[in-house]
Design a protein around this ligand. Structure first.
Ligand code: PLP
Ligand code: COI
Length: 340
């Protein structure tokens, strides 16, 4: 354990840890797994990852449970999504087994950075893959690097599990209608920076993006999906331009377990008038309740949380998810991988 860290007051940020793990792809195959204690990587100035945005990543977490064991949440789902992103950008696809082995290895090697149970913190795991071939022509590279590093983190939204306000701004899109939104591509985040900074300056925790084609339907919430609760239903946008969130998929299952109906469909902006609860959801965001949604173009304010507290359904979903992740309640779907 690491005595110098104030585990209960961690923010969501980078902290140096002991090791990262790496694997290179060349001559049509992935090489051996290497362990590094350096946070640096030597890269060719003509690498496709630098010029043409061949860069994808993942985000998952490991938790120290009530029983002292370390659990990694839905590891294989992240492995599969990385492969989808790689396919989307014509990058080499890392075999699922290699992803699993490397993530388990990097967590084990940095065990002393897995926050203690009861602090509310977790170990964020960040796998990245980028093109390393020296090329100037615009075509897929032949060489890739896959690296996994970790960092202990606290809540992503500063308010933690307290409602924060989000906003709609139609002049910004993070992705194109049939673009890269369904993959975890670095460029999507670059495209979201200006809108995100603008929203923060105005006091909002995130931007609620609308579908980039018609601007009629809700899409997602900056670095997280969006869900709402209405008439005993869990409602979440169906869209080709959002990331298929593993947290959202987990909440959909937990919502069904709680007897809610689950609807994945278009949600119009007007429908915000009728929703009872809303949250941003994702690995980093977990479930971050929404207090108010301000449409900055129409001036309309949708007040979601009337009393400034998270709603009862969002709270129950959050507790169930955290309970499984921290080993407090049964894991009926086998979502957690225990690191031996
Ligand atoms: N949407 C975007 C754009 C994200 O960056 C993330 C974070 O990974 C999510 C949604 C949530 O996905 P997940 O629950 O798999 O972390
Ligand atoms: C995550 O939730 O894992 C994310 O990737 C969100 C963000 C920090 C980019």
């Amino acid at each position: 354990m690491n005595d110098q860290i104030d585990w209960s007051n961690l923010s969501f940020g980078y902290m140096p840890t002991d090791y990262n793990v790496r694997c290179s792809y060349s001559d049509g195959k992935w090489g051996d797994i290497e362990v590094s204690d350096s946070p640096y990587f030597n890269i060719h100035i003509a690498a496709t990852g630098l010029h043409y945005g061949q860069e994808i990543f993942e985000g998952l977490k490991a938790f120290r449970g009530k029983d002292g064991k370390i659990r990694i949440f839905r590891l294989r789902d992240n492995a599969a999504r990385l492969r989808d992103s790689a396919k989307g950008l014509m990058m080499a696809q890392l075999p699922e087994e290699k992803f699993v082995e490397m993530v388990k290895k990097v967590v084990k090697l940095n065990e002393r950075f897995v926050p203690p149970y009861g602090t509310g913190a977790s170990l964020y795991i960040r796998p990245i893959e980028f093109g390393t071939s020296a090329q100037v022509g615009v075509k897929p590279g032949k060489e890739y690097e896959f690296i996994v590093f970790v960092s202990p983190v606290g809540p992503y939204f500063k308010t933690g599990f307290k409602p924060s306000n989000i906003c709609i701004m139609r002049q910004y899109d993070r992705v194109a209608p049939r673009g890269t939104g369904r993959w975890k591509v670095g460029g999507n985040y670059a495209a979201s920076l200006e809108a995100g900074e603008r929203a923060h300056e105005l006091g909002y925790s995130a931007v609620l993006y609308l579908d980039p084609k018609e601007k009629l339907y809700l899409d997602e919430c900056g670095p997280a999906n969006f869900f709402a609760i209405k008439d005993g239903k869990y409602i979440t946008p169906a869209s080709e331009s959002i990331l298929p969130s593993i947290t959202n998929k987990s909440f959909m299952q937990l919502a069904r377990d709680m007897g809610l109906e689950v609807e994945q469909r278009h949600i119009t902006v007007d429908e915000l008038e009728t929703i009872e609860e809303a949250a941003a959801c994702g690995t980093a965001a977990v479930a971050s309740p929404v207090g108010e949604i301000d449409d900055l173009d129409t001036g309309k304010k949708y007040i979601i949380s009337k009393d400034g507290n998270p709603g009862p359904v969002t709270t129950e979903l959050y507790n169930r998810l955290r309970g499984i992740q921290y080993g407090e309640i049964e894991d009926p779907y086998g979502w957690c991988t225990i690191v031996e």
